[in-house]
Design a protein around this ligand. Structure first.
Ligand SMILES: NC(=O)c1ccc[n+]([C@@H]2O[C@H](COP(=O)([O-])OP(=O)(O)OC[C@H]3O[C@@H](n4cnc5c(N)ncnc54)[C@H](OP(=O)(O)O)[C@@H]3O)[C@@H](O)[C@H]2O)c1
Length: 249
């Protein structure tokens, strides 16, 4: 099993949901966690919680859609903790609506955060991983990065982009630079993701899914991240498709 004690991780979208749960889990495994998002109050609360439990966390105010904000967060984490061994590209938004509603601001927001955000953080962190000839990049795609659903068209397009980017990154980084890449593809997870849906009818449809099945928890996804990290160095868990047992689509 790979020893994780003292490794340094950057986790984006750490102020809630999957990112916060992963920060807690990795910190418990002895990993120093750089927790990045825009909501500082949430990040500060998480840092206090992690440190009360014996872990180490650094708060990074970061808007992943803004390359300058990303570079500044990455630089402060490296200055304080020397390096970044693990990058969890997890920040994302899902403001769903039908195409003919033409909520174009929301389409662009999804592209900016779900795709360009991943590119911004990857560009900022990879040179350090390449320099040290090791690293592990996780990208949060989705079941929506494997299949297309009506009403989720633009979100699916952004998550398909992340699935494709992850596989290409894996092929370019593994042999040449000893960097592993894992694409995380969850089904329904109980988080704040649906709260960004501005159309009340669509939001209600998504909320109704909770009656059909027990959703995954953020901690379930965190467990799969830890599992992939603990695999021996020659093993790259390239894709992890994690579903609620009762999700039948
Ligand atoms: N929940 C699900 O069913 C599900 C299923 C498959 C995939 N996913 C994916 O999982 C990832 C995490 O989502 P979640 O379910 O945990 O939802 P969540 O609780 O809403 O978390 C989303 C996170 O992204 C951050 N974020 C949003 N815009 C940002 C920006 N411009 N810059 C930096 N951070 C930003 C938010 O922080 P701030 O608002 O504080 O910046 C928040 O921490 C997303 O990529 C999502 O697409 C979720």
């Amino acid at each position: 099993m790979t020893n994780l004690e003292g490794k340094v991780a950057l986790i984006t979208g750490a102020s809630s949901g999957i990112g916060a749960a992963t920060a807690r889990k990795l910190a418990k495994a002895g990993i120093i966690v750089g927790i990045a998002a825009r909501r500082l109050d949430r990040l500060t609360g998480l840092k206090n919680e992690i440190e009360a439990d014996g872990g180490t966390a650094m708060v990074l105010e970061m808007d992943v859609a803004d390359a300058r904000s990303v570079n500044s967060g990455v630089t402060s984490l490296i200055e304080k903790h020397r390096t970044i061994d693990i990058l969890f590209n997890n920040a994302g938004l899902m403001p769903l609506s039908d195409i003919d509603a033409f909520n174009t601001d929301e389409w662009h927001q999804m592209v900016d955060v779900n795709i360009k955000g991943v590119l911004n953080t990857t560009a900022a962190v990879l040179p350090h991983m390449i320099g040290q000839k090791s690293g592990h990049v996780f990208n949060t795609s989705s079941i929506a990065g494997r299949k297309v659903f009506k009403g989720l068209t633009v979100y699916c397009a952004t998550k398909h982009a992340i699935t494709a980017f992850s596989d290409g990154l894996r092929m370019e980084m593994g042999k040449k630079h000893n960097i592993r890449v894992t694409c995380i593809q969850p089904g329904a997870v109980a988080t704040e993701l649906y709260e960004h849906i501005s159309d009340p009818a669509v939001r209600q449809q998504m909320e109704d899914l909770r009656k059909e099945m027990t959703f995954l928890e953020g901690d379930d996804i965190a467990g799969t991240v830890l599992y992939a990290l603990q695999a021996p160095g020659h093993v790259d868990l390239a894709e992890m498709f994690i579903m609620p047992t009762r999700q039948d689509w």
